[in-house]
Ligand binder design. Structure first.
Ligand code: ATP
Ligand code: MG
Ligand code: MG
Ligand code: MG
Length: 468
């Protein structure tokens, strides 16, 4: 019998509690940090601690969390790799000048091999360029030379945003076996294929990145680590991808039931089921944290995710709103860890439903418009102004248009689309319209209704969103 996601989560948190870390709740997906759109890692809520602006009370040596994360940089590849979602849970532990590299590497090795029981011969370790010190630490722990390699900035220097605490890192990979690989003789940790699965990143947070790009040493040396829960579950549950692990597989199952399809028989169907499972979860959690669909900022991230999932369901034959039907299963699976989704169940359902209805009305007309545009097309490129009309009149996020075109071997003129968007922004600025107001006029009614039904306490999230 394998370890469930819930068991892995608990093992991680209690292991680091045992090392003196304080168990700390996940923070909201809306970061308390104007430089970031969304919470994309466990360290985000601890920035003031890394900067020594806030201090952890004794006797703790650090903190340990499971953090809900949304990453927009991975949106385009969701589903095509088995290891990326837009929403995922990051297990982490953090030190603010207490323990550092030596302890951290030893604990990571102990947790991987002894607590989780991963075979040492399958583990690979990377370090940042000339970080010989960390190489020595891994060697002392018994890691053979040929399981240690050096990677550059892109993989092994971590930053949450353009500025703030950052530093070199060392990543741990699990060799899933040659059958997962790309077959290239150069295949090694850091390769884009699925053979060497990065599951844990240990960041040695030593710097504070400045506006001008310089790295200012922090007063103390810190530790920030992140382990992807779904990736670890995939390893321990012996499945091919994150989407086949217990929690996500259940959500894929909701999609199967709604669409009458079967996962694992057809790559295109699988991709749609993966996107529906992942995006519905991201959307539900974002709403629970007080984000509303809108045309800007995090509200637009939410809208794009939601509409893309709706389009996938539509293409699998669903004609009526369906995405809201994922909510109950999400709450069943994860409500014990994140009480905010239990409290906001009704809100999540209603906001999703009303956005589905809004988009649903445009969806068919938009597809008809696209079909016509494609029928008239001479070359293999859809003009940017058509993609813009789809965006502006029918509410198609451009990546949805791209996907629909891609299926027919047509490209979208993204430059032309960008120009149309810029012009629109100019017009909007001139008219001084405020997107937040637009969101309120759309959702204000729904919210007022729910507010009446469930009471005001659950709406604290919105005051945060208002400030944008
Ligand atoms: P990758 O190189 O695979 O994109 P990363 O280096 O961007 O991952 P980190 O920023 O180091 O990821 O985050 C720490 C850990 O969080 C990763 O080692 C991985 O286990 C997990 N993780 C990162 N991005 C995702 C994602 N999009 N979906 C699921 N898990 C993720
Ligand atoms: Mg990444
Ligand atoms: Mg990486
Ligand atoms: Mg990494």
């Amino acid at each position: 019998k394998y370890l469930t996601s819930a068991e892995i989560r608990e093992k991680y948190l209690s292991f680091f509690e045992g090392k003196g870390c304080k168990r700390w709740p996940s923070s909201s997906l809306i970061p308390d940090d104007p430089s970031l759109l969304l919470t994309s890692a466990g360290m985000v809520q601890f920035k003031p601690y890394f900067l020594q602006q806030k201090h952890l009370e004794a006797p703790y040596v650090g903190t340990t969390t499971v953090q809900k994360c949304v990453r927009t940089n991975d949106i385009d590849i969701i589903g095509t790799t088995g290891r990326h979602q837009s929403f995922f849970e990051m297990l982490g532990n953090f030190s603010f000048g207490e323990y550092f590299k030596e302890e951290m590497c030893a604990w990571a090795y102990e947790f991987s091999t002894e607590v989780l029981g991963l075979p040492a011969e399958r583990l690979y370790f990377t370090v940042f360029l000339d970080d010989d010190e960390t190489i020595e630490i891994w060697k002392k722990l018994g890691v053979p030379d040929d399981h240690i390699s050096r990677l550059g900035e892109e993989d092994n220097f971590w930053r949450a945003g353009p500025t703030g605490p950052c530093g070199p890192c060392s990543e741990i990979y699990y060799d899933q076996g040659e059958e997962f690989g790309c077959g290239s003789p150069d295949c090694a940790p850091g390769c884009d294929c699925d053979r060497f699965l990065e599951y844990w990143n240990l960041v040695f947070t030593q710097y504070n990145g400045q506006e001008d790009g310089t790295l200012e040493p922090l007063p103390k040396k810190n530790i920030d680590t992140g382990m992807g829960l779904e990736r670890m579950a995939a390893i321990l549950q012996g499945v091919q991808s994150n989407y086949e692990t217990d929690v996500l597989r259940s959500l894929v199952g909701v999609g199967e039931r709604l669409t009458g399809t079967v996962y694992g028989e057809d790559a295109a169907v699988d991709l749609s089921l993966r996107i529906m499972a992942d995006h519905s979860r991201a959307v539900a959690f974002m709403i629970a944290d007080g984000i509303l669909p809108s045309n800007e900022g995090r509200g637009y991230v939410l809208r794009r995710l939601l509409r893309r999932a709706v389009m996938k369901g539509h293409l699998l034959g669903l004609d009526k709103p369906f995405l809201n039907e994922f909510v109950d299963e999400i709450v069943n699976l994860m409500g014990h860890v994140y009480p905010e989704i239990v409290e906001n169940r009704e809100l999540m359902r209603r906001v999703i439903l009303s956005e589905e209805e809004r988009f649903g009305a445009n969806l068919r007309q938009g597809r008809a418009f696209l079909d016509e545009a494609l029928a008239e097309l001479e070359g293999a490129v859809l003009p940017g102004d058509r993609a813009f009309t789809l965006h502006d009149t029918y509410g198609f996020p451009v990546e949805v248009t791209r996907e629909l075109c891609d299926e027919r071997g047509i490209e979208v003129d993204m430059e032309g689309f960008g120009r149309c968007m810029d012009e629109q922004r100019e017009r909007a600025r001139a008219a001084n319209t405020k997107d937040a107001e637009a969101a309120w006029s759309t959702y204000g009614g729904v919210m007022a209704e729910i507010l009446e039904a469930v009471g005001p306490t659950e709406f604290l999230g919105y005051t945060k969103n208002d400030a944008d």
